[in-house]
Design a protein around this ligand. Structure first.
Ligand code: R5P
Length: 288
């Protein structure tokens, strides 16, 4: 087995290769003067199984094209079994038409990956697990929530309560809460613009307690900021955020800090300062 690292996931790729005892190949990725991407895999891949690890985090379009080029290059080199490991799968939230005429971007991305040489797909905390059916190749998802729960255990939280940021996060909040032996609930929200979200208050017993808000993705931070305000008004001691994918678009990290969030706990599906939990063991296990 060889692990090929794309430019968006160098640290994660090294960890996975080390756990598998596999050779690590860093792909050469450059840019032409006009911005187009050049990719070269300088390795002997003939009849070898390979895992290409490339997150499609921002800049999503560049990272996605790089992934597709890597897959195609590996196919050309005669690799035997090509696994696309896409720890954060971009475009997965538009998984259906909300209005007529909208492109179902998850379906388009699935087609591109499936047709570029990937024989299997591995991802982490995809927005909705059922949507893996869009891939025409075997596709596997693993959740990082138990790993996040274990990380939280070491923070010695005060009578913690785990809260799913919206209905879609109930399962994730449950997995985190199980690891901690804590109570869990969820909130309801309505998005009124890309950055603004209305979160509806619920009478939760948060007074004097540490609250962990759980979500799959934190992008603009709008969901978390809306919820944190309510929880703080209800007397929460500290509000933490736990997510798989720290997209943190624009100045989201700063906005979350200003909203009084104590800590953002995230994984390395997107390699950032807040990526304190590694999904490498999950990926290595799935590859095996
Ligand atoms: C949406 O349903 C997702 O699960 C997240 O709640 C959402 O992507 C978070 O985005 P933002 O940080 O922009 O509110």
């Amino acid at each position: 087995m060889l692990v090929i690292s794309g430019s968006a996931s160098p640290k994660l790729s090294a960890k996975v290769a080390s756990l598998l005892g596999a050779e690590l190949v860093n792909a050469e990725v450059r840019r032409f003067p006009d911005g187009e991407i050049y990719v070269r895999v300088d390795a002997e891949l003939r009849r070898k199984p390979v895992a290409i690890i490339q997150s499609t985090c921002p800049p999503q379009n560049d990272n996605l094209i790089e992934l597709l080029l890597l897959l195609d290059a590996a196919k050309d080199l005669g690799a035997k079994r090509i696994i696309a490991v896409v720890p954060y799968l971009a475009y997965s939230r538009q998984d259906k038409q909300f209005k007529p005429g909208e492109a179902v971007s998850l379906r388009t991305v699935s087609k591109l990956i499936s047709q570029s040489g990937a024989e299997e797909l591995i991802t982490v905390d995809i927005h909705q697990e059922e949507t893996l059916g869009n891939f025409s190749i075997p596709a596997f998802n693993q959740t990082a929530m138990p790993l996040i729960g274990r990380y939280l255990r070491n923070l010695n939280l005060e009578n913690p309560i785990i809260i799913g940021a919206d209905q879609g996060s109930i399962k994730r909040a449950t997995r985190v809460a199980l690891e901690l032996g804590a109570e869990h609930y969820f909130l309801e929200k309505r998005r009124i613009s890309p950055e603004n979200v209305i979160v509806y208050p619920k009478n939760l017993e948060v007074k004097g307690r540490d609250v962990v808000m759980v979500d799959d993705i934190v992008s603009t931070g709008g969901t978390i900021i809306g919820a944190a305000k309510i929880l703080q008004e209800q007397g929460a001691r500290e509000v933490y955020v736990a997510c798989a994918h720290p997209v943190l678009a624009g100045n989201a990290a700063q906005r979350l800090k200003e909203a009084g969030i104590k800590q953002i706990i995230a994984t390395d599906t997107i390699e950032k300062d807040v990526s304190v939990v590694s999904v490498a063991p999950l990926i290595a296990e799935l590859i095996k």
